[in-house]
Design a protein around this ligand. Structure first.
Ligand SMILES: [Zn+2]
Length: 269
């Protein structure tokens, strides 16, 4: 009887805690680089040929009651040492970064060692540039991406980096507030992320399952893509997730959308 009362009191105490004491409570959008291209049809074959485009490149720092989590790591901070930017994708792109990821984390008072978990949408250089800024952080990556041979057949990650290999979706903290979604196609183990915030609500972070809104609206698949059928199926999965969760879709490289988002140190809660 006494134990039952104690148990009931504990349950009552926890259920009266504010929502911010559990699950995800903050999301910061970090600047992780930018790109300009002279021909956007690289992403929309046959459409807007020769039309230039500017692309954003974001990282997202998420606070959960169990610790910090980083989604994507952007272009390597070393690129910031070249203010005019560097050439990418065999000259198709100009890539630059005017601020480092390290400086933005520092400004928020977050040390790399404070970041408990991280995931990358995929292994293109504008997403994995700073993975080794966090050598102790558990990396969540699809097995298909991890095992995809890199240039000269080299591994894509340092073998000593702590890793959790996924084969499908993963509820990272087991409470449904941060769910990695398997969305292959752009690369073999591409993934996206569903975030549930107490006030903002649900957000789906696309990674490069889609690059900008007109490609989303028209289901266009870029030229530089691993498997078109998988990409289309992954877009359908994201569309169903957005509809079921009444989620916002945040497209990483869509600069027009990025320009209306709050950037760190502001945050979404
Ligand atoms: Zn990208």
């Amino acid at each position: 009887m006494r134990l039952t009362l104690v148990a009931a009191a504990i349950v009552a105490a926890f259920s009266s805690l504010p929502a911010s004491a559990a699950g995800v409570d903050k999301l910061y959008v970090l600047y992780c680089g930018e790109a300009s291209a002279t021909d956007q049809s690289r992403w929309s074959p046959g459409v807007n040929v020769g039309v230039p485009i500017e692309l954003s490149d974001n990282c997202y720092l998420i606070h959960h009651a169990q610790g910090w989590f980083l989604w994507d790591t952007g272009l390597a901070d070393a690129v910031a040492a070249t203010p005019e930017g560097v050439s990418g994708a065999n000259g198709a792109l100009r890539l630059k970064r005017t601020k480092t990821l390290a400086a933005q984390l520092d400004a928020l008072g977050v040390k790399p060692a404070d970041i408990k978990g991280m995931a990358i949408s995929h292994t293109h250089p504008d997403h994995i540039g700073n993975v080794e800024l966090f050598p102790q952080t558990m990396l969540y990556v699809q097995k298909a991406e991890y095992e995809w041979p890199g240039a000269d057949n080299k591994p894509r990650f340092k073998p000593e980096h702590p890793v959790t290999l996924l084969e499908g979706d993963r509820d990272v903290f087991g409470d449904g507030t941060l769910v990695i979604l398997s969305t292959p196609g752009h690369t073999p183990g591409h993934q996206s992320l569903l975030v549930r915030l107490p006030r903002t609500g649900e957000i789906v972070l696309t990674g490069d399952a889609v690059h900008f809104k007109s490609n989303w609206d028209n289901r266009r698949v870029p030229a530089n893509n691993f498997n078109k059928e998988q990409t289309l199926a992954s877009m359908q999965k994201l569309a169903e997730t957005v509809s079921r969760e009444e989620a916002q879709l945040w497209i990483n490289h869509d600069k027009e959308q990025r320009d209306i988002l709050k950037m760190a140190p502001e945050f979404y809660d």
